[in-house]
Design a protein around this ligand. Sequence first.
Ligand code: G
Ligand code: G
Ligand code: MN
Ligand code: NA
Length: 254
Amino acid sequence: TRLLHALHEAVDSGALSLAYQPKFDLASGRLVGMEALMRWRQADGTVVPPDRFIPLAEQSGLILPMGSWALQTALQALKTLKEAGHTGLHVAVNVTVSQFMQPDFVQKVLEALATTGMAAADLELEVTESVALIGQDAVIDVLRTLRSLGISLAIDDFGTGFSSLSYLDQIPAHRLKIDRAFVQRLETCGPGARIASLVVPLGHQIGMTVVAEGVETLQQAILLHELGCDEVQGYLFARPMPLPELLAWIGQRS
Ligand code: G
Ligand code: G
Ligand code: MN
Ligand code: NA
């Protein structure tokens, strides 16, 4: 297709970039890290949202070079922050099913850490429930290997997949990210309004840090705090920003 052809060119020409969205400890307001989010700006200035090009990249296999690039770039950005004196932060990178299924995925992650000089603890990988859904021992093995190396894992978009709860206990993840659809329903009294309140103790029960995504209002933040949610990410606090903007933003804060 036309879009796929354009995406190929984008990968080659450097039209992809990463935006970084800060993530905070809810009780203290402390910045804990940021999630790297891919952006594609076409030559005519049009921005194609990741919801459109990530599935395309996944189907075509382009996600593999794109994913390696994202890993390197995100770690390099964290290094830049570190060198500017902003330490104790981690960067979270989204990873799809096919990336995980590469035989040399762990090797690629280690190489990215080595070439940027970053430590395993500086990196978090975000996987959706669909990764767990493949459910096979091979996938769980990769996750366990990453964990044993000191890399942390987050289960992204929690509650939107079709997974059973049985896998949750098997996955060695540190963070559980409540999908923003549930955060947005917090203030309503319609169906689904209480999902977030059920997910927080569920995550805590299995030893995970619970993160709410897509927090847009103060009321949502207050409700999440009352529920005992640990961390937050959302437009209320900070939008995804290119690295130079992030550096300026952090500088102003501290
Ligand atoms: O930035 P935005 O909220 O529009 O991102 C939409 C979705 O695209 C995210 O939920 C995320 O899962 C996916 N996405 C964004 N950046 C990346 C990336 O670098 N790699 C992968 N695999 N997915 C990404
Ligand atoms: O990986 P994941 O699909 O969860 O990526 C998070 C997506 O949510 C990104 O595309 C990001 O741009 C978006 N996002 C981040 N904060 C907010 C928010 O407060 N509201 C909405 N609607 N989207 C957000
Ligand atoms: Mn994510
Ligand atoms: Na998400």
